[in-house]
Design a protein around this ligand. Structure first.
Ligand SMILES: Nc1ncnc2c1ncn2[C@@H]1O[C@H](COP(=O)(O)OP(=O)(O)OP(=O)(O)O)[C@@H](O)[C@H]1O
Length: 414
């Protein structure tokens, strides 16, 4: 239930405008608000009234701590401040990301019956991979997110030069060597996106590693491409045991794979098989390596040639401005899938209920400058213009003729 006390605090005390509920998770409510002084849109999170026990508060603080450590990464939702209401609610203020979640986008795509192309998957998941690699390999001590899933990936409507997607919800993330936030024996994360290391049953928190986060990312890629969740393609016993990747080139996927993807199904199969290997050490060693393998396929000759696309408008909002270098560019965004016809297909794991729309983003790659010699445009520094010798001759001849006429006329008169 929406906390009227909290809404009143946001509007009366903080004097925020456009306050409305954005979403509610298991732990908290997230509100949209605008700070009129800074002309800045915010997402403000508060614990639900009925989940204010110690464990939930610890998770809430853990999320703010995680975001403080890693929030400056452009692939992670930006944390602005920690506040408290007079009655003692902890409040988390972060950047508002306006394009809904990737879960919404997948549901929207399921409505068309045609999966994301490999290029689109690379476009949306690369910033997430970059954030995961940063958390896992660059931070010391490192962090593991442990709940990487489409509902925790927020999208930007018009990203401009910013990443089109950011990772959010760090409630159960864990710092290397940190004490457990959840009781041993309780499943951590969302079962559909968990790596097989947990054997499908209860396990302790420390069992999840960086490679488990990367595995979840690969599961998301599989879902985007096929509009099926991997778990739904196999019996439960198999999901809990030796998971096998179904054949992407089989009839089961022929209707749903984007034509571009269908053309390279066996290569995609190889990449996904490695990323989703049951043995963690057999997987790609970083998330970016996985994304690069997909990108290589999308750039290969068997893949449809990319169309020339116009330069994207810059996003009017830039909540990461302070943290993003001006040269930061993200990959060229996807073209809309060709021949996208609604087929009525709805993936079992993707019930249609979304209202959020994620418009295909516009490209961010500036057009390649044309070298002056090919451009056909005259240049001030190119070869000097040729002299017009023909004109000079005519002028000289005319002057000579006039002098002759003058001399003849003068002789006659004389
Ligand atoms: N920064 C943001 N910008 C826009 N919308 C957001 C933002 N953060 C969260 N939301 C919305 O609020 C919803 C709930 O947020 P969140 O998942 O963080 O809550 P939670 O209670 O921690 O959820 P969970 O039960 O998954 O742990 C999200 O699904 C999303 O729609």
């Amino acid at each position: 239930m929406t906390s009227s006390y909290f809404v009143e605090w946001l509007t009366q005390h903080k004097r925020y405008t456009t306050v409305y509920l954005l979403g509610e998770g298991g732990m908290g409510q997230v509100f949209h608000a605008t700070d009129p002084d800074l002309s800045r849109e915010l997402a403000v999170k508060v614990l639900l009234d009925d989940v204010r026990d110690e464990a939930s508060r610890a998770r809430f603080h853990n999320e703010m701590k995680a975001l403080t450590r890693i929030g400056s990464h452009p692939g992670v939702v930006q944390f602005y401040s920690k506040e408290s209401t007079p009655r003692g609610d902890d409040v988390m203020v972060m950047a508002f990301i306006d394009g809904g979640t990737l879960a919404h986008a997948i549901k929207d795509r399921a409505r068309t019956g045609r999966g994301f192309t490999v290029k689109e998957v690379v476009y949306f998941l690369r910033p997430i991979a970059s954030a995961l690699d940063y958390m896992h390999h660059e931070l010391h001590p490192g962090w593991v997110h442990r709940d990487v899933k489409p509902a925790n990936i927020l999208l930007r409507k018009n990203p401009g030069s910013l990443p089109p997607a950011v990772l959010s919800d760090f409630g159960i993330s864990i710092e290397e060597g940190q004490s457990r936030l959840t009781k041993i024996g309780h499943i951590v994360g969302t079962e559909k996106y968990l790596a097989p290391e947990n054997k499908g049953h209860a396990y302790g928190d420390d069992d999840l590693s960086a490679r488990a986060d990367d595995y979840s990312l690969a599961l998301i890629a599989f879902e985007m491409l096929t509009l099926h969740h991997l778990k739904d393609t196999m019996p439960r016993s198999e999901w809990r045991g030796e998971r096998r990747l179904p054949e992407l080139s089989s009839a089961a996927f022929s209707d749903v794979l984007a034509p571009d993807t269908a053309a390279v199904a066996s290569q995609v199969q190889d990449v996904l098989s490695k990323a989703l290997d049951s043995v963690p050490m057999q997987r790609y060693s970083t998330a970016e390596e996985f994304i690069q393998a997909l990108e290589k396929i999308s750039n290969s000759s068997s893949f449809a040639a990319p169309q020339k696309s116009p330069t994207a408008p810059q996003s009017p909002r830039s909540e990461h401005t302070a943290h993003t270098t001006p040269t930061q560019k993200w990959p060229e965004p996807p073209r809309p899938t060709e021949n996208m016809q609604p087929t009525g297909f709805v993936a079992p794991s993707n019930p249609i209920s979304s209202t959020a729309h994620v418009r295909p983003s516009t490209p961010v790659t500036p057009p390649t400058p044309i070298p002056p010699q090919q451009s056909g445009v005259p240049s001030a520094l190119s070869a000097p213009p040729k002299k017009d010798n023909g004109n000079a001759l005519i002028i000289t001849a005319t002057v000579v003729v006039i002098i002759l006429i003058f001399l003849v006329t003068w002789a006659i008169v004389a």
